[in-house]
Write a protein that binds this ligand. Structure first.
Ligand SMILES: Cc1ncc(COP(=O)(O)O)c(C=O)c1O
Length: 407
């Protein structure tokens, strides 16, 4: 077996299951889950309609007898390129032939990308590293380890506004680096990287020859309608870097369009890297079913449902903040659907007692981060995903408040 498998940590939800195994739930209170980051708003009807029409048409025309191509249909790549140009004000539209690749959700693509990019031989750089935020989406760490690289964590704390401090790394640190994962808007912190930070990182990538993988899957859920989060391709465009050299973004319909079950996302950026990644994926065997591709075209072409989605999250943030801000410390996230509040006692004990007394499930912050020399940035915090309907989110906030008042 691949010995690197031994270095993988259990997924946060495995740890959570273990933590809560013996918990006796209160019989009188219905369960409310704020633990899993899975959108619960309705999937857009127009996407469902396309999916149903397509599966019907494809089945009747024997389309199910054909393998879909890994590169995806031109119509989907065209819709994605046009969306990117509109959303990130790109003066030159990315070339759908060279700059765009549909993927079956960004999770698999974020993982696979490191396998294609990392050169684990020590010919060029000793001990290749992958730099990532901490707390993080655990796929980045597993992807780095299985690619034969060493994960390097940059702690995102209140003191640095929950963003990685790239200036804390030395030249030798950068020399080892082959890949940087960004997560903006951040999971779980909701913080957004500004264009200046992105441009600084691009300059560092040029100087030290590494690739930037920017996970932007929460970019369409944001608080201020006039301030959509910036993206890495936008930073490239502002630098006149229309080839997106060394830069790759990852976007998904899962959160934007409430379609986690469709498994649809895309990777876009540097054409040379993408060509190699396509080669890797051809062997990997990942191709999106045709009916999902057509449904995705409908989703990327529509913004109405995305606007409505943001409105619903805004309502929930405002209601929950009103209830919890007098009793809990947290910053308002710029984007995403998580709250990342501080806990007055250890986060794992808080999580267990909250479930036992109030039947509310959350995730202890420490399960979403790693221990480092300066501590675990998830300690004394919990992640609350405001994915349940408004009434349930309000009810959950009231119960959390009631629990806090007993401490
Ligand atoms: C930060 C982050 N990136 C990527 C993903 C993967 O999303 P998907 O595979 O549905 O596109 C998730 C899912 O929760 C996430 O939280």
């Amino acid at each position: 077996m691949n010995p690197q498998l031994q270095s993988l940590q259990p997924y946060p939800f495995e740890k959570l299951k273990h933590l809560l195994a013996d918990t006796v739930l209160p019989q009188t209170l219905p369960a409310i889950s704020l633990s899993v980051g899975e959108p619960k708003h309705a999937a857009p009807q127009l996407v469902i309609d396309t999916l149903v029409q397509q599966i019907d048409g494809i089945a009747q025309s024997s389309g199910l007898n054909t393998y879909p191509g890994t590169k995806g249909i031109p119509e989907l790549r065209q819709a994605i390129a046009a969306w990117l140009a509109r959303r990130f004000q790109l003066p030159v539209m990315p070339d759908p032939e060279r700059h765009i690749l549909p993927v079956n959700g960004t999770r698999e693509a974020l993982f696979a990308f490191a396998q294609a990019v990392i050169d684990p031989s020590t010919k060029q750089k000793t001990n290749p590293s992958v730099i990532m935020p901490n707390p993080f989406y655990q796929i980045y760490e597993g992807a780095a380890l299985l690619a034969g690289a060493c994960p390097v964590f940059l702690n995102c704390t209140k003191e640095n506004n929950f963003t990685p401090d790239f200036s804390s790394l030395s030249d030798p640190d950068w020399q080892r680096c082959q890949l940087v994962y960004l997560c903006s808007p951040g999971n779980p912190t909701g913080s957004v990287l500004g264009l200046d930070t992105l441009k600084t990182l691009i300059a560092l990538a040029d100087r030290h020859d590494f690739v930037i993988a920017s996970d932007e899957c929460y970019s369409e859920i944001y608080a201020d309608e006039n301030q959509p989060p910036a993206g890495l391709l936008q930073a490239c465009a502002e630098l006149g870097r229309h080839d997106f050299k060394r830069c790759m973004v990852f976007h998904s319909l899962s959160k934007r369009s409430n379609l986690p079950g469709l498994r649809s996302g895309f990777v876009a950026g540097d054409a040379d890297i993408l060509q190699q990644f396509l080669l890797y994926r051809t062997y990997h065997g990942c191709a999106m079913p045709l009916q999902h591709q057509w449904a995705s075209v409908t989703a990327w072409n529509d913004e109405e449902h995305v606007l409505d989605n943001r409105r619903q999250y805004r309502e929930k943030f405002s209601a929950v903040t009103e209830i919890l801000s007098p009793v809990m410390a947290f910053s308002q996230p710029d984007a995403g659907f998580y709250l990342w509040p501080e806990t007055p006692i250890a986060d794992d004990i808080f999580t267990r007692e909250l479930l036992a007394t109030q039947n509310i499930a959350v995730v202890p912050g420490r399960y979403l981060a790693r221990d480092t020399a300066t501590g675990n940035p998830g300690e004394q915090r919990i992640r609350m995903a405001l994915v349940a309907p408004l009434a349930q989110c309000k009810e959950a906030a009231q119960r959390i408040k009631a629990y806090l008042e007993t401490l």
